[in-house]
Design a protein around this ligand. Structure first.
Ligand SMILES: [Cu+2]
Length: 118
């Protein structure tokens, strides 16, 4: 009897732990290239992404220039995410930042632009 309740509470703990880890079935994790330079770029990019509704987490690597983003596919999509990034001055695979926004970036953030689309 006692053993059963211990096993039962362990099972419940595991179920809650799984939920807490955010295993939302609608969540998707994707990697995409974002042009940028430094730690300031990292903050800017991740802030822009995290402000979007439906984004769980975002991590941009300044060495590989890859953004890893986890989001709820019911609330947002990779196009919206890339658009928000280009709005703050960073080129993405799908969108290029406006020249005037890029020109206003801090001097250390003047990354090499994405090659122009042919
Ligand atoms: Cu920067």
């Amino acid at each position: 009897m006692k053993k059963t309740s211990i096993i039962l509470s362990m099972l419940m703990f595991m179920a809650f732990a799984t939920l807490a880890m955010g295993s939302n079935p609608g969540n998707k994790t994707e990697k995409t290239k974002v042009y940028g330079n430094c730690g300031m770029c990292k903050n800017r990019i991740e802030k822009a992404v995290n402000e979007l509704n439906g984004v769980e987490k975002a991590n941009w690597d300044k060495e590989t220039k890859m953004l890893e983003v986890t989001y709820d596919t019911d609330k947002t999509d990779i196009k919206k995410i890339q658009k928000a990034i280009s709005d703050v001055g960073h080129d993405t695979e799908l969108y290029s930042a406006k020249d005037e926004v890029y020109n206003n970036l801090h001097s250390c953030c003047k990354y090499d632009r994405k090659p122009a689309d042919k």
